[in-house]
Structures are given as structure tokens and as C-alpha cells.
Design a protein around this ligand. Structure first.
Ligand SMILES: Cc1ncc(COP(=O)(O)O)c(C=O)c1O
Length: 475
């Protein structure tokens, strides 16, 4: 499929974001336009995606099941969406297939079953992974973790050594394309070269990469080829529940799918089953055609805007945020914090503010100025504890404390994650609010305004009439 590139138009991109001008309540009363700096969790939706979904709804019907005309339309749309997704990341669709699931987590889980691993096999993953690219492997094979250095960057020498050391038993190298904690971007070509030299396939967790950088899986025989790729639509402006798994057709054809049922078969008798072709046999049950439409629509939108230009713009904004954060005394950025070193990173920036708990910083950003961020461990606890330099006995103490129901003083950070619709004024508001939080902490005002629950580990404003439960009603 060919997309005419219109070029990146940041002002238009921003205007196209649904809810960009939404006002949220503040602690002092009144409302202010929100700033969303929590895109690594989920991005908002792009209006053209919403329009495309609405346009489709007149034709919405069953997929691969009905004889009605609408069913035929829905089936065609759903099948075409697979092609659009595969072409976006330059997968060779003759030998590889695109499988739609719920999200990136389900995609990693699915492939962890479909590789047919045994307990003696090894999956080499890294210390910087999201839990979704760590936990699914734990029950299937032995895991070996590649080290990271003090700034959270992958240790490629360790990677190479471990690939060699695991020779014979190593079945997969599974790495994140970009970290959801430090924004660190792995050198995927280098990793693929190392793994393929030993005949081992590579899986890339593209959840934080695909929405922000062009990605080329490369032809199957290319030494830098990415064998498996997973990512999520809700992190790329299409929050309608689609995850993507791309991989070699042969992987999925060799035995029965881990989920079976409607849609997965050609013939069933009392005694035997003949599985359907791909991707049907891997997409059990009625599929999420609306999610597929949304993902295909967003890919068309991003392709027209041009992923390379989006990447460049986000780099420039990342440089700007790093400069602004450097001006705040007592603020420590984890990972690469040099505004001129942007080669190996995306716009995810985590930090702590001296003397102010991360949960309090995050709550104050939301309630003082309507700025949405995230705090905590970001589903990457091993990486985070490493970056914070916690020793094993400290971790054990924390685990014990948590078990007793006391969530005070839990380790964590504040995370800001940028997307193409954010701009310098969003960053300026963040920086100004952090300065304000610093002085409020110093004067003791923060402690007066916010209260902490040990049971939930969350800070709440002491005195506000705004209640999220009052905002959206189903009746
Ligand atoms: C790097 C990375 N991998 C995987 C996931 C899981 O994505 P999902 O929640 O869509 O399953 C996330 C989510 O934040 C992530 O950041």
C-alpha cells in the first residue's frame, strides 16, 4: 500500500488530538486545560482515527462468518488492516504473518507459547525489560538477563558473551526496542547481527518504539532482520484494543494454537481437527474489527505525516525537556540526561526531585496545574531498582513491608513521556510547576495540602470537591 507523504505538520497533529483542550479540576478550585505527558502508558486518540472508526460503524458486522454484504465488507476491512500493519514495519508478508491480539502483553504471551520452548531452553532477555517481556518467559524456559550499565544502557559486550555462553540452548533473544523507563533505544541491528550469527531469532518489544520511530523489520535473509515484533495500538493514538504480533508463518503452522475455538479451524470431526490458515488459527473467537480499523487508520495518518519527521520532532522536544529539567536544582534525571545526545533514545524521561516523594510530585503536578504524568516503577521493577542502586537486602525489606500492607516510601520515579502532539509550551508548564512544587515543599505547603494513604501508596489532595466519579455517567 502506498501513502502519499504530506509531511509532519505539528500544529495540525496537535489540533487532531481528541480532548487536547479538555479542562481538568485543580486543587484551588476552577479548571485548567490539561497537559498530557503520560503517552508511554496510553496516548489519546487522533480525531481522523475516530472519524474512520465512525465511518466504518455503518458497515460493522461479523468477520469471516456471515454471508451478508456488511459481513463481507467487515471481513475485507479486517484482512486489509493486517496488510497495512505489516507493510508499515516492512514485514515480508509472503513468509511472515500479522496476528492481531489485545495488546503487546498478550502478543508476548502468545509467542511464548507458540515457540514450543522446553524448560531447558534459554531465552535471553535484558534487565531493562517491561514485565510484559519478562514474566511470560519465566514459566516457559530458563532466562538469562543481559546487564545494563549505571545509566540504564544495554551492555553489548555482556550480550555478546551471553549469546555465546548459551550456545546450543539459546532459543530467542528478546529485547525492548525502547525502554519505557529511560527511553533508552536498543541498537536493534547490532543485536540482530549478534543473535543471527549464532542462528538465534530476535524478538523486539516495539511498544515504545513503533509509535515514535520508523521501524524496518528487513527481509528475512538480511542479517539485521527482526524475526518477531510486538506492539500496541493504544500507545499510538488508536485506543480501541489491538495488539500486534508479527513473525514467521512457519512458527505458527507447526502445531496447534494455544487458544482454540471458533474461527481457528477448517474441519472438526469428533476425532480430529484441521486448523485454519494464518492468521485465523491464531485469532480465536470473533475478532476486534473496530480495533483493527483504528490501527490501520492511525498507520495511514502517521505514514502521511512521515515517521522520520515525527521522530526528528520528538527528538528536538526531548532535547528541550532535558534542558529545562537541568535548570531545576535538585532534580535528577535517570538514564541519558544530555540534551545533545539523542541518538539512542525516545522521549521518555524519568526523574526524582530531592526530598519530595515521587508520588507527591506526580499528584501535585495533576492537582496544582493539570499535568498528567506517571510515577512508581512503570512495570519494570528489576530495571528501576537497578537504576536506583538498591541493594538486595533493601529490596527484601521493601517486599516484606509491602506484604504487611504498608506502601509508604516505596521506591520509584516520576515519568514524563512525550508524543508528537506535545509542544514546548507543555514542557514549559511542566518545568514551571516543578519549580512551584519545589518551593511548596520547602515552605511546608505541600504537606499541608496533600495526604498520604499507606494502604494505596497514593497522595490525595486534602481539600477538593472534584471527584472523578462525578465526571462521566452511564445514565
Ligand atoms: C516497553 C513496553 N512493553 C510492553 C508493554 C505492554 O503493553 P500493553 O499494556 O499494551 O500490553 C508496555 C506498556 O507500557 C511497555 O512500555
Amino acid at each position: 500500500m502506498f501513502f502519499f507523504k504530506e509531511g509532519f505538520n505539528q500544529a495540525k497533529f496537535r489540533r487532531d488530538i481528541v480532548g487536547i483542550n479538555k479542562k481538568v479540576p485543580l486543587i484551588k478550585g476552577g479548571y485548567k486545560t490539561c497537559v498530557n505527558l503520560d503517552n508511554a502508558a496510553s496516548t489519546p486518540v487522533l480525531r481522523p482515527v475516530l472519524y474512520k472508526v465512525n465511518e466504518f460503524m455503518d458497515w460493522y458486522s461479523s468477520v469471516h462468518r456471515g454471508t451478508g454484504f456488511k459481513s463481507q465488507v467487515s471481513t475485507h476491512v479486517y484482512d486489509t488492516a493486517h496488510t497495512i500493519v505489516g507493510e508499515f514495519v516492512k514485514a515480508d508478508l509472503k513468509s511472515n504473518c500479522v496476528i492481531f491480539v489485545k495488546n503487546a502483553t498478550e502478543a508476548v504471551n502468545k509467542i511464548s507459547y507458540r515457540l514450543g520452548l522446553s524448560k531447558d531452553d534459554i531465552v535471553l532477555t535484558t534487565l531493562m525489560e517491561h514485565h510484559s517481556n519478562d514474566l511470560p518467559w519465566r514459566s516457559k524456559a530458563q532466562r538469562v538477563y543481559v546487564d545494563v550499565d549505571g545509566s540504564g544502557a544495554l551492555d553489548y559486550t555482556d550480550l555478546e558473551n551471553k549469546i555465546k555462553r548459551c550456545r546450543g540452548r539459546l532459543k530467542l533473544v528478546s529485547v525492548s526496542g525502547a525502554s519505557n523507563v529511560t527511553g533508552y533505544k536498543s541498537d536493534l541491528s547490532r543485536i540482530a547481527l549478534m543473535a543471527h550469527r549464532e542462528g538465534v531469532p530476535v524478538l523486539v518489544d516495539g511498544a515504545q518504539l513503533v509509535p515514535h520511530s520508523p521501524l524496518d523489520m528487513k527481509p528475512d535473509r538480511h542479517p539485521e532482520h527482526i524475526d518477531y515484533l510486538v506492539f500496541s495500538a493504544h500507545k499510538m493514538y488508536a485506543p480501541f484494543g489491538t495488539g500486534v504480533l508479527i513473525g514467521p508463518r512457519r512458527t505458527f503452522l507447526r502445531d496447534a494454537p494455544e487458544y482454540t475455538g471458533g474461527g481457528t479451524i477448517n474441519i472438526v470431526t469428533r476425532e480430529s481437527v484441521e486448523w485454519a490458515g494464518l492468521p485465523d488459527r491464531e485469532e480465536a473467537g470473533s475478532p476486534n474489527v473496530v480495533g483493527a480499523v483504528a490501527l490501520a487508520a492511525v498507520i495511514q495518518y502517521l505514514s502521511k505525516q512521515d515517521m522520520k519527521s515525527i521522530e526528528n520532532y520528538e527528538k528536538e522536544l526531548t532535547s528541550y525537556i532535558l534542558k529545562k529539567l537541568k535548570e531545576i536544582k535538585g532534580l535528577r534525571v535517570y538514564g541519558e540526561n544530555d540534551p545533545s545526545r539523542l541518538q539512542n533514545r525516545v522521549g521518555v524521561v524519568t526523574f526524582n526531585l530531592d526530598g519530595v516523594p515521587h508520588g507527591l510530585v506526580a499528584a501535585a503536578l495533576a492537582w496544582e496545574d493539570g499535568i498528567a504524568v506517571r510515577n512508581g516503577c512503570f512495570c519494570a521493577q528489576p530495571y528501576l531498582l537497578n537504576l536506583l542502586g538498591l541493594k538486595q537486602h533493601q529490596v527484601s525489606q521493601l517486599v516484606f513491608k509491602k506484604k504487611t500492607g504498608d506502601l509508604s516510601n516505596m521506591p520509584g520515579m516520576v515519568r514524563v513521556s512525550l508524543a508528537a502532539y506535545n509542544n514546548r509550551s507543555d514542557v514549559d508548564r511542566l518545568a514551571a510547576c516543578l519549580q512551584k512544587i519545589k518551593s511548596m515543599a520547602k515552605s511546608g505547603q505541600l504537606a499541608k495540602r496533600y495526604t498520604f494513604s499507606r494502604q494505596t501508596g497514593t497522595y490525595y489532595p486534602r481539600d477538593t470537591k472534584a471527584d472523578p466519579k462525578d465526571i462521566f455517567k452511564f445514565h
